[in-house]
Ligand binder design. Sequence first.
Ligand SMILES: [Zn+2]
Length: 421
Amino acid sequence: MKYIGHGNKEIVERVLSPIEAKEKIKKIKELKEVVISSRIARECIDIAYGFFTPLEGFMGKEDVNQVCKKMALKDGTLWSIPITFDIAQKEIKEKSIKEGDTILLRYQDSPFAFFEIEEIFKYSKEEIAQNILGTTDTKHPGVKMLDGFKDTFLGGTITLINTPQFNPPFDKFWFTPRRLRKKFSQKGWKRIVAHQTRNVPHTGHEWLMKGAWFSANGDLPVEKLQTGILVSCIIGPKRVGDYIDEAILLCQHKLHQEGYFRDDIHMVSFVLWDMRYAGPKEAILHAIIRSNLGCTHHMFGRDHAGVGSYYDPYDAHRIFDQIPLSSLNIKPIRILEWWYCPICQEVTYSGLCGHIEHQQKFSGTMIRSIIQDKVQPNRLLMRPEVFEKVMEAAEYYGFGSPFCSKEYLAQRQPVFVLLPL
Ligand SMILES: [Zn+2]
């Protein structure tokens, strides 16, 4: 089946079987090996399975430059964040890595991917930070990440040779773009609205999704529902105090298990991605990834992918006015806040409810502090079954806490493992 992704290119899939991989390794004279970081491993998976279609590898200098200056690849395709492979000049020299080499990338002590190097180049990290994040302030987590990059970049194509084995509960939610599109067509979904999250759902999130569903469903008939919601969780590096990944996935899934959504209009999967917190630029990238997943609509709430006060809360809405409609195969659904109104006596939408002076905003921080004390929040804030699941995940995966602790970060089971080739 041919699946068309971003840039009107067929969904990329660059994965070799272990037999093909071993054959190829035998043929390479003087195999050079490079051990990669977990971020680069995640991005190799994204490239190889087409989450980043049309990219077939890590960017060369002209692509990075155009993404910084024009928010596009060198062929003009819309793209908003450079996808780069950083390495120390010292390592390049020691291993005498040259343009034209095919090197073996290793991860978790196993062969992981082939990297055909087309280009070795330097690019100013400050320039990337200024153009993409709008700041070079090292307090910004995206700047901090860039700061940690090594001094040189390699551009070229990636081919995965070792299929990641996802541990439970991740295995149940792992869908490549091709598998996801197949799933959507089995479900008969014509329109799919993506909800990006790194949270355990409170009712504010639930209503956000419900509002977006109406917006996406629009003029479609409702006797037979053809619109679905894809909860697309971001799985990447964790910090102390974040919700544990397992709780996020299982609690989002709980919403349709318990009927808060019909199970034929709601599903959960995840994308491996290290957030840059690039606000508007990151919103564009999220839209590109979800269009590759087969989604037709993407929700953008308040301060999407923002951090601190680096961006206006609605910058991530406005950036979609600055790009030609034809540059993206997915429509943004722009959403204000949902809040609880004691006059309406229900969760309501800030774009509808007129009792502004009575609004009670959903505070993620407040809900977290309630959960931290293991007290069940009011069901108007969080569904009791979701709370129960949070506590269960805390016991089972989180060493007693639904939030990442030092113990969890050091001892958690990895999201995926690699088997020996
Ligand atoms: Zn009201």
